[in-house]
Write a protein that binds this ligand. Structure first.
Ligand SMILES: N=C(N)c1cc2cc([N+](=O)[O-])ccc2[nH]1
Length: 247
């Protein structure tokens, strides 16, 4: 997250951290963010699993974490029992279409997430939640604080970004595919943005006094670059897909 502020886990209790355990050793490396949309399900980006052999046993999910390099007393740890990558996910030509995936989580004792003040689900939008251009939303994650950083911030951060019209976004990315499955958002004066390491994480827009998950951090040209907004998976396009898998 470029710009913005350090966030407490209480302010983003739905955010998930996804780790990949190396095949050989016990050491785990941080892979992506995600959002808890149901006690047993985390919504994230398909591109997080791109280069990985998709044995779900290799992935763990931790909820209730405010810093990557610290163990929160109240964090809850899970294995990925199932990973469902969208069947039409494609990232040919460098654009990410249908960049969405679901992970079913299960603790060592066979449980799903237990709701606490640092672990809560986020509301999904309803199909006809119309988002207006320039609507201010919020994106969170543990990713880079500057494009040129070599390390992720490791501390949870949040920042505000404004929604950008599809036509403007296509203009900014004229040599890329920006379709109806995607939602674009950029900071004021291009100063705030998501960045690498924030992938899979939540773009939340307050809608009728509810916090609603409208986007999944997907791609962008650099981070907080002028006229290069963040591109998010448009969650309203996938409500039937999500419902078909979690019910
Ligand atoms: N909002 C952006 N400008 C942006 C998102 C993003 C994601 C990755 N990533 O998934 O690794 C890399 C660069 C990015 N830039």
């Amino acid at each position: 997250i470029v710009g913005g502020r350090k966030a407490t886990i209480e302010s983003q209790p739905w955010i998930a951290t996804i780790f990949q355990s190396a095949r050989r050793g016990p050491q785990e490396s941080f892979l992506c963010g995600g959002s808890l949309i149901d006690p047993c399900w985390v919504l994230t980006a398909a591109h997080c699993f791109d280069t990985k052999a998709l044995q779900s046993s290799q992935f763990t999910v931790v909820l209730g974490k405010s810093a990557l390099n610290a163990t929160d007393t109240k964090e809850q740890k899970f294995n990925a029992e199932r990973i469902i990558v969208h069947e039409r996910y494609s990232h040919a030509r460098g654009d990410y279409d249908n960049d969405i995936a679901l992970m079913r989580i299960r603790s060592a004792s066979g449980q799903c997430a237990q709701e606490t003040d640092t672990v809560k689900t986020i509301c999904l939008p309803s199909q006809n939640d119309i988002l207006r251009d320039n609507f201010e939303c919020e994106v969170s994650g543990y990713g880079k604080a500057n494009r040129t950083d070599i390390f992720y911030s490791r501390m949870l951060k949040s920042t505000n970004v404004n929604l950008i019209s599809q036509s403007m976004c296509r203009k900014y990315y004229e040599n890329r595919v920006v379709n109806g499955n995607m939602l674009c958002a950029g900071g004021l004066h291009w100063k705030t943005d998501s960045c690498s390491g924030d992938s899979g994480g939540p773009l939340i827009c307050e809608f009728g006094s509810r916090m609603v998950l409208h986007g999944i951090v997907s791609w962008g040209d650099g981070c907080a670059q002028k006229e290069k907004p963040g591109v998010y998976t448009r969650v309203t396009e996938y409500l039937p897909w999500i419902e078909s898998h979690i019910n």
